[in-house]
Design a protein around this ligand. Structure first.
Ligand SMILES: [Zn+2]
Ligand SMILES: [Zn+2]
Length: 630
């Protein structure tokens, strides 16, 4: 029995009301057999929450819950019509019924009336989530897996809580905070930042470098890194350069939690499975397999933006919108109970986009900022979004007039959905003739996940999605291509915009579309993402027109006649002026800025500028450097 459990028992006063006290990470769950206490303890709980500064919840003991079949009927009777319930899951271990609805906002908005009615009638505590508008096998599989492992999950969440509350934390003058550079320093790819104190070891991001076969993974051989002592992993977003090595940690025996937003968890799972499928197809050596991805899901803990969560005895994190892709986060880490505060940006966009709001930049405290610098070079100003859109519209219009096709290689998530909404808008306003937009393979699955989490999008898109009939992603212009046959049909058909992975053209359907389209000057290739060194995309961007491409295990030579364009304005990263503005606007002003996730020359240019203009100390660590923050 830890102290916090004793404290809570004393605050409640009557021991007989408490059957069990459990932790769910740092949340405290009280199980009771007293129905009256379960239904009417709100005021008492509120006072405990304000005293202990922890979230506390009362649930009915599993032995008193209504039978599942009966409860299902009761729930449907109470809420089916209003909430359009599609699926009901029971997690008996935790006395939670999870309801998937097409309109969860109605249930929550309505003064929690329906939720309370369900609680009162059935004894189950309600958790609500949105049912995907586009069928998503991945969302379904993840939810099924979490429920199938509910016993394990209850134990896991409780054991993390025990560890957080049981340690004898003492912040003395010997206390320290340190980061170690495991990946993505003076470089873009394999992002991994180890944050440590005398009590904790937390990994922020765990990516791979897909364009570097020589050193693709983070330096887990660094002396500071000990997998058996790793307490937690936090993932900023689902791009593989930030999460691609995560399942491998489980392969090597890591059995701790991984924190991220729910959309990040879902999309990264999809990208991991896609990585395995692609690797199997090309017979490449894989860093992990499906079993490791499954293990990772079992240990995943979704958290919402602005939800303060203790993840170790002395590190408390809060995720904030980073404006980069769906569910992408900045991590705010409060270390040593306010001793030191670090903000790690992951990838961020300090400007609004079609799908997202711009990145947050107001924090209670922040002494250090670890900031991405992809476009940190002195010449990395980008055209405005309006200019970029106009340029893109002109390219499409011209190419369609010639009867050609436009190939847009995209990262699986982010730019693809931005471009979908852009073209949908042009066609709606009559700025573009009705041509199909082909959304290849897994891009469609990612789009399905976008429709599950409108809460993570900007106000405008959220509103459109919540009104079903006006969901822009459901527009009939979008054609889904999966099979080779469908792809051939598209290639032999009329003008179309084709969105396909990978964004840097280092494998994936974008390369096979390219091979089919590149020899005709009627067609166009539009590069909209960052192109890593050594990739086909970079070669084309640099003007290379004689290229060798590996297709089906054979290398073939192509002379490129298709027009190649680069448009920078659609990037999900902040350009140089947005990076400057972010520092200028950030509240409070950080005392130290550590630059990561950028080519060396760009990082050095940006560091120089920040020192001169803002008089803030900067650091540009090399890989394997350890940096004491305090
Ligand atoms: Zn990213
Ligand atoms: Zn990145």
């Amino acid at each position: 029995m830890t102290d916090i459990k004793k404290d809570i028992t004393e605050l409640i006063g009557d021991k007989s009301l408490i059957e069990d006290i459990n932790f769910e990470v740092s949340n405290i769950i009280i199980y009771t057999k007293n129905r009256n206490f379960f239904l009417n303890s709100a005021d008492l709980i509120k006072s405990i929450v304000s005293k202990e500064k922890k979230r506390v919840e009362v649930r009915l003991d599993p032995s008193l819950l209504m039978e599942e079949d009966e409860a299902k009927n009761a729930i449907n009777k109470i809420a089916e019509k209003e909430a359009e319930i599609k699926e009901i899951w029971f997690d008996k271990e935790r006395s939670i019924v999870s309801i998937e609805s097409l309109k969860p906002e109605i249930v929550t908005a309505d003064n929690r009336r329906l939720m309370n009615a369900i609680k009162e009638e059935t004894g189950w505590s309600v958790s609500l989530s949105r049912y995907p508008l586009i069928k998503s096998d991945i969302v379904k599989a993840i939810r099924e897996m979490l429920y199938a492992n509910s016993k394990f999950r209850k134990k896991l969440l409780n054991s993390i809580g025990e560890k957080i509350y049981n340690s004898n934390l003492e912040i003395t003058d010997k206390y320290w905070v340190r980061i170690s550079a495991l990946g993505g320093f003076r470089h873009v790819g394999r992002s991994a930042v180890l944050l440590q104190t005398p009590f904790s070891s937390v990994l922020m991001d765990c990516g791979i470098d897909v364009s570097n076969s020589r050193e693709p993974v983070p330096r887990i051989d660094a002396p500071e890194f000990d997998l058996s002592k790793l307490d937690a992993v936090v993932i900023t977003h689902s791009h593989l350069d930030h999460c691609g090595f995560l399942p491998a940690l489980y392969k090597y025996g890591y059995r701790g939690p991984v924190y991220s937003t729910a959309p990040t968890r879902d999309v990264m799972t999809l990208l991991h499975l896609d990585y395995i499928a692609l690797g199997n197809k090309t017979n490449s050596k894989l860093l992990f397999d499906v079993a490791d991805v499954k293990e990772m899901i079992k240990y995943s803990i979704p958290i919402n933006y602005k939800e303060v969560t203790d993840i170790t005895s002395d590190i408390r994190i809060t995720l904030h919108n980073s404006g980069h892709i769906l569910g992408s986060s900045l991590i705010h880490a409060n270390v040593g109970n306010g001793f030191y505060n670090v903000v790690y940006t992951g990838d961020f966009k300090y400007a609004p986009s079609k799908t997202l709001n711009r990145a947050d930049n107001t924090f209670e405290r922040a002494e250090a900022l670890i900031m991405e610098s992809t476009y940190g070079g002195d010449r990395d100003q980008q055209p405005s979004r309006e200019e970029a859109e106009q340029f893109f519209l002109d390219i499409i219009t011209k190419t369609v007039a010639k009867g050609g096709k436009i190939l847009v290689p995209v990262l699986g998530v982010g730019r693809a959905q931005e471009i979908m909404l852009m073209i949908e808008e042009w066609q709606r306003y009559g700025l573009l003739p009705e041509i199909p937009v082909v959304v290849d393979g897994m891009l469609w699955d990612v789009t399905a996940i976008y429709t599950v989490y409108p809460e993570f999008m900007n106000t405008e898109t959220k509103r459109r999605i919540l009104e079903h009939n006006n969901n822009p992603f459901m527009s009939p212009i979008f054609k889904h291509a999966v099979s080779e046959e469908e792809r051939q049909q598209i290639l032999s058909g009329g003008p179309a915009v084709i969105l396909a992975t990978s964004g840097m053209m280092n494998g994936g359907p974008s390369v096979s579309y390219f091979a089919n389209l590149c020899e005709s000057d009627k067609n166009a290739v539009v590069l909209v993402s960052y192109q890593g060194g050594g990739t086909l995309g970079r070669t084309l961007q640099n003007g290379g027109r004689e290229v060798d491409i590996e297709l089906g295990g054979k290398t073939r030579h192509f002379s490129v006649s298709a027009l190649v364009y680069s448009i920078d304005g659609f990037t999900g990263h902040s350009d140089r002026s947005q990076l400057e503005r972010y520092i200028h606007d950030m509240k409070p002003k950080p005392r130290k800025i550590i630059l990561v996730h950028g080519e060396e020359s760009k990082i050095l240019e940006l560091a120089h500028f920040i020192r001169k203009r803002y008089r803030i100390e900067t650091a540009a660590p090399h890989i394997l450097d350890a940096l004491r923050l305090k």
